[in-house]
Design a protein around this ligand. Structure first.
Ligand code: FES
Length: 127
């Protein structure tokens, strides 16, 4: 079982914005705070790998900014479509004022953000 990664610097931002990108365990992860629970999943959209942290939240439903696909962040399931393009979920919790994330042991290799995105927004692709 993988270790918990402790991220002390994102707690305030997550409580303020409700959605925050982080880089942890060698992958880009999107954090969402909903109903007092922290949800963590790979930040690259399963469709064309656009950053999910730029999407919009409506309750537990996150809509990707690029082509409006939607997922329930609690389950990772795609909404309104039948394609099995689920989010890659990770464990997340808040302990002693810090966010902690444990990358799923069965997570597939991390996907890079789309080449189009990186070309438009720089090599890091995180701005
Ligand atoms: S890249 Fe997210 S819906 Fe297409």
């Amino acid at each position: 079982m993988s270790d918990w990664h402790r991220l002390e610097e994102v707690t305030d931002e997550l409580h303020g914005r409700g959605i925050v990108p982080v880089h942890v365990g060698g992958r880009d992860v999107c954090l969402v705070l909903h109903d007092g629970e922290i949800h963590a999943f790979d930040d690259a959209c399963p469709h064309r790998r656009w950053p999910l942290h730029l999407g919009t939240l409506d309750g537990p439903v996150l809509q990707c900014r690029a082509h409006t696909w939607e997922w329930d962040v609690r389950t990772g399931e795609l909404q309104r479509m039948r394609a099995p393009e689920c989010l890659v979920l990770h464990e997340a919790r808040e302990r002693d004022g810090a966010v902690e994330i444990r990358i799923a042991d069965d997570a597939p290799p991390a996907r890079e953000l789309s080449e189009l995105w990186r070309a438009r927004h720089g090599a890091a692709g995180r701005s």
